[in-house]
Design a protein around this ligand. Structure first.
Ligand SMILES: [Zn+2]
Length: 449
């Protein structure tokens, strides 16, 4: 988050922010905030099912250990999904990937698709050889099992692309967004209990999967592009969610024009170089910045009376107390600021959003209130993107901080007045995005009620 020094108003930017979510009706149908894209929120086990059938796939160069067994099971399972779904969605049969290759990035070098594997802590698909490869030495062991499945489902997404003839000349960002989306298709199938090998809970399990998405920095084809070609965490989660909620054809339709319309990276000027976490961060206890924060909240929610009182301390690092009072615990705010300034300021904005709901006579306790809070906090975020002439301006990495906060166990941004939140980070991010992309309080209060 950076101070908006120049109040350069960009009409393009404003138009970009007013876009509704592509693929969704522009009216605001009521969502069931207690569900994940229509599925019940579950918090059970995720990973390999007990007694899962052995994989019918073998990896070249593998060591036959647990990591390779999990990886080959994952590929076999994802292929099983596509063998079932490909003819339905695309009217043709799905050919299994020609070869799977396991390597150890710490071990002997292997030359694969024109790339040396020594030190290559990654997983990738390469179309020239129709190969899915993974590092069994460092990459996959750093993940829990369901996250490893997510990595391979994404790589298989590239194989799907190639089979559809979309893999060739598409820009990296399109390939990556489609691969994330196809991974979402597969995980929907797993979440519905249709996989004989894997299971995933829609609460804690999907939280893991989403957090893993922004750890993958592969590149289709073996050439490793600059950071950013995959999109921000916010964009990646969005693509996965499209796939989870909709069909594979939806993923195939992702193109540059559509990404540009909704991309958060596009919503920022070229001067925003600080795309990483912890860069461009403000000191969250700086008095001038706090005043700016309060100004932006007042502007985002006109007509709502809020009184600031440091004694109001029911939740950390910021609280809502009855009668329109919001409190900030500065020391705790600084600690949360270690994720980033946006996570910290977003948590304050969330308590302000509870005050907004209270002032309108809406319930402030329970699941729906928490989701509405996330939506209204997203709305506030949309008012401080660059070009809106606000006293604060957010940078691309800030929305990633929001995603990290929203996926954390005790997310306050999606918390009700008591700070209680639903166990689905997926649903929380969706609510936040609804507010951010529509910039409409009406959307928040009609969709989440
Ligand atoms: Zn990829």
């Amino acid at each position: 988050m950076k101070l908006a020094l120049i109040a350069a108003v960009s009409a393009v930017l404003l138009a970009g922010c007013a876009q509704s979510v592509p693929g969704r009706p522009s009216e605001s149908p009521r969502l069931d905030p207690s569900k994940v894209a229509g599925l019940e929120i579950t918090t059970g086990e995720s990973g390999l099912r007990p007694g899962a059938p052995a994989s019918n796939r073998k990896a070249r160069n593998g060591d036959g250990g647990a990591v390779d067994q999990l990886a080959t099971s994952a590929v076999a399972d994802v292929e099983g999904y596509w063998e079932e779904q490909f003819p339905v969605s695309f009217d043709k049969d799905f050919e299994p990937v020609r070869q799977l290759v396991s390597y150890d990035s710490r071990g002997a070098n292997l030359r694969l698709c024109g790339t040396d594997t020594k030190g290559l802590v990654n997983a990738f698909y390469c179309s020239s050889d129709d190969v899915v490869a993974w590092d069994r030495g460092q990459l996959l062991p750093s993940f829990d099992p369901i996250s490893s499945v997510a990595v391979l489902a994404h790589e298989m997404g590239h194989a799907v692309q190639f089979r559809l003839g979309d893999g060739g000349n598409a820009p990296s960002i399109v390939k990556e967004q489609q691969a994330d989306c196809y991974a979402g298709n597969y995980f929907r199938w797993v979440a519905e209990g249709k996989s004989e090998r894997f299971r995933v809970s829609t609460g804690t399990g999907l939280n893991q999967v989403l957090a893993t998405l922004f750890a993958i920095r592969d590149s289709a084809g073996g050439e490793f592009d600059a950071q950013g070609a995959h999109g921000t965490a916010f964009d990646r989660v969005t693509a996965f969610q499209f796939g989870f909620a909709e069909d594979p054809q939806r993923c195939a339709r992702i193109d540059l024009a559509e990404i540009t319309k909704r991309s958060t990276q596009e919503a920022f000027g070229e001067e925003d170089e600080d795309v990483g976490f912890g860069q461009g961060n403000l000191r969250v206890d700086d008095e001038a910045q706090l005043l700016n924060l309060k100004d932006t909240l007042r502007a985002a929610f006109p007509g709502v009376q809020v009184r600031w009182d440091g004694q109001c301390r029911d939740t950390t690092p910021s609280s809502y107390c009855s009668g329109g009072v919001v409190g900030i615990d500065l020391a705790a705010l600084v600690r949360l600021g270690s994720i980033g300034d946006f996570a910290a300021f977003g948590s304050v904005a969330s308590r302000y959003a509870v005050a907004v709901q209270d002032s309108k006579g809406l319930p402030i306790d329970g699941v729906v209130a928490g989701q509405r809070t996330a939506c209204l906090t997203g709305l506030w975020a949309s008012t401080i993107v660059r070009g809106r002439d606000a006293d604060l301006a957010i940078s691309p990495g800030d929305l990633d901080e929001a995603v990290v906060e929203l996926l954390s166990r005790d997310s306050l941004i999606a918390g009700d007045a008591k700070g209680a939140t639903i166990p689905s980070g997926f649903a929380r991010v969706e609510a936040f995005r609804d507010g951010f992309l529509t910039g409409s309080a009406d959307t928040c209060t009609t969709r989440y009620r």
